[in-house]
Design a protein around this ligand. Structure first.
Ligand SMILES: Cc1cc2nc3c(=O)[nH]c(=O)nc-3n(C[C@H](O)[C@H](O)[C@H](O)COP(=O)(O)OP(=O)(O)OC[C@H]3O[C@@H](n4cnc5c(N)ncnc54)[C@H](O)[C@@H]3O)c2cc1C
Ligand code: SF4
Ligand code: SF4
Length: 658
C-alpha cells in the first residue's frame, strides 16, 4: 500500500500551471546537449510504460479505479455501441469487488488518501462514483453473467464458511471461475457484519439484499442457520468438498479488562449491542450509555443509541423485551414516549487520532454524541444490587499502543449501560484447533490455513480491518484455490496485487488481438503483428508517484461532493434515514474528468503537439485502443525528452536506445 499523500502534507501546485520545473530546477539527466543536439544519433527515445496508480495500490480490494474513471469520462468506450457507460464501468468494477453499492456508502476509502490529485487540489471522488454505479446497477436490474462450467471446475466443490463480504466475495470469484460453491452461514440471513454490525442508515438493506441476490443468482447455494462446528462438522465438510474457505469474521467482542465489567448484566460488548439492534430485538436503550472504543464499532453503538432513545412510557400490553422483526423506529406500536439518550464515547487516543474515519466521528458529534479522547477505563462502579452505575476513568498518555495512566486525573462517568467496543476475535467453538493464541487464524502468503491441506481463510478472522480488505483477501484466495483444485502449484503473488489494466485485453475486446510470438529473433520488428511496440507493463511491480507526472497540465477543479442530509442532535431521535445521496450522472462523469490517469495515456495530445521533430503521431483510429493512442517515428526522434516532459500522466519514459 502506498503512503497516503494527504497525510504527507505536500504542497499543492500553487497555481504553477503549464510548467514542469520550477525556476532553476532541471531533470537529473539534462546534460544531453552533446548527446542529442551535437551527436548524430538519438540518445534515448520515448517508450510507453504503464504503472499502477496509487489509488488502486491503496484500495485493499485492488479496484482498477483509473479504468472505471476513464469510462466515466468517456475516454474508454465500450466496444459494443449499445452498451451504456454505466454498465461498462460496472463490469470493470466487479472484476475486483462485487459490492459497489455497499462500498460506495461505507468504505472509508483509503484509495482517496492515496490519490495523486490531492497534490493538485483535492482527491477524486472515487467512493462517490462507486456509489453512483452501484445504485445504477441495482436500479437497472443488472445481473452477473451465468458462469459456463465445464471440465475440472464443474466437478470441484468449494465450501465457504461465513457469508460476510469475505465469504460472499469468495463465492462470487469462485463461481465465476466455474466451481460449485456452497455457503454455510450461522445467521438466518446472509451478509455478516454488513447486516448484523453496520446499521441500516449506513447500509440500507434493500441495496445489500440486491447485491447479495446477484451473487446467489450465479448458482451459489446458501445453507443459512447452519453453524459449522455445531450443525455440520469440519470432517463432514472435508468429505463433501474439495476445498474450504473460512470467512467467519471476528464475532466475539472483547470485554473491558477492568474490575467489575464481567460481573454486571448492564456491561456488554459493541457487537452484542449491534447484533441485537440489527436483529430487531431492541427498540429502546438506557438513559445514559458509555461506549469505550474509538473505532467504527464504537461510533455505530453510540449513534444507534442516540437514534433509539430511551423509552419512558409503553402501553401495558407491550412486552419490550420481546423480539420484533423488521424494526424501524417509527413503526413500533405501543411506544408512547421516547426521549434522548446521553451517549458518551471514550477513546484511549486523543480525538484527532481516533481509529474511526474522521467523517463518521464528525457526524457522531453533530448528532450529539459526546466524545472524550485520551482517557482510559479503570473500574466499573456498581450499586448495592450489583448493577453498573458509572465507569471510573482517568486521563492517559499512549506509549505505542499501551495507555499510561496520568495520576490524579481520575473521574467518573455515570452510566446505565456500559459498552466495550475495543476489538473482536473469532468464535472457534467446534473447531478449536483452527485458532491461534490470539483468537484468529494463521494463513500463509496464499491464504492457506497453516498446516491444513485443503483449508483457506480470509477477512477479519485473519486480520480485522475493512469490508474491502475481506473482499481483497477473497479475490486472491479464490485464485489460489483455483490453482490448488487444478493440481497446479500455488502462484507467487505480484508485488502490486490489484486488478490491472491489461493492454492485450483492451486490444482483444476490440477485435485487435496480437499474433502469438514464437520466440525467434527477428529484424524489422516495427512491422510485426505479435507485439505492442515499445510498450512495457510495470504495473505488477511499480506504483506511479506524482513526482513522475507533469502536474502543471491540470487546472484546479473543485470536487463534486455528494449531497448529505445532516442529522443534528435535535433531529437524531428515531431518525434511521440514510444520510448521503448518490451523485447525479453529470457529476459522476465530472469526477471521471478530474482523474489524472496516473501512469496511463489519457489521450491529451501533448506529445503530438509539442514534439519539435514531428516524430509523434496518433495511431490510426481503426487501430486504437486505450493505452495505444500514439506512436513514435523513431527515425525522426532526436531524443529531446520534450514528449516525456509534457506527458501529464507519466506514461512516456525515455528509455529506448543507448
Ligand atoms: C459495527 C461495525 C461497523 C463497521 N463499519 C465498517 C465500515 O463502515 N466500513 C468498513 O469497511 N468496515 C466496517 N467494519 C468492518 C467490516 O464489517 C469487517 O471488516 C468485515 O465485515 C469482515 O468481513 P468478513 O467476511 O471477514 O466477516 P463478517 O462480516 O464478520 O462475516 C462473518 C460471517 O461468518 C458467519 N460465521 C461465523 N462462524 C461461523 C460458523 N462456524 N459457521 C457458519 N457461519 C459462521 C457469521 O455469522 C458472519 O455472518 C465494521 C465492523 C463492525 C463490527
Ligand atoms: S473499495 Fe474502498 S478503497 Fe477500494 S475503490 Fe472503493 S472506496 Fe476506494
Ligand atoms: S488521479 Fe485518477 S489515476 Fe491518479 S491516483 Fe487519483 S484517481 Fe487514481
Amino acid at each position: 500500500m502506498s503512503t497516503p499523500i494527504k497525510k504527507k502534507g505536500l504542497p499543492k501546485t500553487d497555481g504553477q500551471f503549464f510548467r514542469r520545473f520550477r525556476e532553476g530546477e532541471k531533470p537529473s539527466d539534462w546534460d544531453l546537449e552533446e548527446k542529442i543536439f551535437v551527436g548524430d544519433t538519438s540518445y534515448k527515445c520515448p517508450t510507453y510504460v504503464v504503472k499502477t496508480p496509487p489509488c488502486s495500490a491503496s484500495c485493499p480490494s485492488g479496484h482498477d479505479i483509473r479504468g472505471w474513471l476513464a469510462i466515466a469520462r468517456g475516454m474508454d468506450k465500450p466496444a459494443d455501441e449499445n452498451m451504456s457507460w454505466q454498465q461498462y464501468a460496472f463490469d470493470r468494477m466487479v472484476k475486483a469487488n462485487p459490492f459497489p453499492a455497499v462500498m460506495g456508502r461505507v468504505c472509508p476509502a483509503p484509495c482517496e488518501d492515496g490519490c495523486n490529485r490531492n497534490v493538485v487540489d483535492d482527491f477524486v471522488g472515487i467512493n462517490a462514483l462507486e456509489h453512483y454505479i452501484g445504485d445504477w446497477a441495482i436500479d437497472n436490474g443488472v445481473k452477473f453473467e451465468q458462469p459456463v462450467s465445464s471440465g475440472n471446475e464443474a466437478s470441484k466443490k468449494v465450501a465457504i464458511v461465513g457469508s460476510g463480504p469475505g465469504g460472499l466475495a469468495a463465492a462470487y470469484f469462485l463461481r465465476k471461475k466455474g466451481f460449485q460453491v456452497t455457503i454455510f452461514e450461522e445467521h438466518e440471513k446472509l451478509g455478516g457484519m454488513m447486516r448484523y454490525g453496520i446499521p441500516t442508515y449506513r447500509v440500507p438493506r434493500d441495496k445489500l439484499d440486491a447485491e447479495i441476490q446477484r451473487i446467489l443468482d450465479m448458482g451459489v447455494e446458501a445453507r443459512t442457520s447452519t453453524r459449522v462446528g455445531r450443525d455440520v462438522s469440519v470432517e463432514q465438510l472435508e468429505d463433501e468438498f474439495d476445498a474450504i474457505f473460512w470467512a467467519i469474521g471476528a464475532q466475539k467482542g472483547r470485554p473491558l479488562p477492568v474490575p467489575g465489567f464481567d460481573e454486571c448484566e448492564n456491561c456488554i460488548t459493541g457487537v452484542e449491542f449491534l447484533e441485537a439492534f440489527n436483529q430487531g430485538w431492541v427498540y429502546g436503550t438506557a438513559k445514559k450509555i458509555v461506549v469505550v472504543g474509538g473505532g467504527d464499532t464504537s461510533i455505530d453503538v453510540a449513534s444507534v443509541a442516540r437514534r433509539l432513545g430511551h423509552i419512558t412510557e409503553v402501553r401495558k400490553a407491550d412486552n419490550i423485551d420481546g423480539k420484533i422483526g423488521g424494526f424501524t423506529a417509527d413503526d413500533v406500536a405501543g411506544i408512547l414516549r421516547r426521549e434522548g439518550v446521553e451517549a458518551v464515547l471514550t477513546s484511549l487516543f486523543p480525538i484527532d487520532q481516533m481509529v474511526a474515519a474522521e467523517h463518521e466521528r464528525q457526524e457522531a458529534m453533530r448528532e450529539g454524541v459526546r466524545i472524550i479522547g485520551g482517557v482510559m477505563p479503570l473500574e466499573v462502579i456498581k450499586d448495592e444490587n450489583g448493577k453498573a452505575i458509572a465507569l471510573k476513568m482517568c486521563e492517559c498518555k499512549m506509549d505505542g499502543m499501551t495507555p499510561v495512566p496520568i495520576e490524579g486525573t481520575e473521574f467518573e462517568v455515570e452510566a446505565d449501560l456500559i459498552v466495550a467496543a475495543i476489538g473482536q476475535y473469532g468464535d472457534f467453538e467446534g473447531y478449536e484447533d483452527f485458532a491461534n493464541e490470539r483468537g484468529f487464524m494463521d494463513t500463509d502468503a496464499y491464504f492457506r490455513v497453516a498446516g491444513k491441506e485443503k483449508h483457506f481463510a480470509g477477512g477479519d478472522i485473519i486480520r480485522p480491518h475493512l469490508l474491502t480488505t475481506a473482499i481483497g483477501h477473497a479475490r486472491i484466495a479464490a485464485d489460489e484455490i483455483a490453482h490448488y483444485l487444478s493440481g497446479e502449484p500455488l502462484e507467487k503473488r505480484p508485488k502490486v496485487d490489484v486488478a490491472h489494466f491489461n493492454l492485450l485485453n483492451e486490444l482483444a475486446q476490440r477485435g485487435k488481438d496480437v499474433q502469438p510470438y514464437d520466440g525467434a529473433q527477428v529484424m524489422g520488428t516495427c512491422e510485426s503483428e505479435w507485439a505492442v511496440h515499445n510498450y512495457e507493463d510495470r504495473s505488477s511491480s511499480e506504483v506511479i508517484t506524482h513526482e513522475e507526472m507533469f502536474l502543471g497540465h491540470f487546472t484546479e477543479m473543485p470536487r463534486a461532493k455528494r449531497e448529505e442530509i445532516p442529522v443534528d442532535a435535535e433531529r437524531v431521535l428515531g431518525n434511521f434515514e440514510e444520510r448521503i445521496k448518490p451523485l447525479e450522472e453529470e457529476k459522476a462523469r465530472y469526477e471521471g474528468e478530474r482523474c489524472m490517469s496516473c501512469g496511463l495515456c489519457f489521450e491529451c495530445d501533448n506529445c503530438v503537439i509539442f514534439c519539435p521533430q514531428d516524430a509523434v503521431h496518433r495511431v490510426p483510429k481503426a487501430e486504437r485502443a486505450v493505452g495505444r493512442y500514439v506512436f513514435t517515428e523513431y527515425t525522426r526522434c532526436v531524443g529531446c525528452h520534450i514528449c516525456s516532459d509534457v506527458c501529464p500522466t507519466g506514461y512516456i519514459k525515455m528509455g529506448l536506445g543507448q
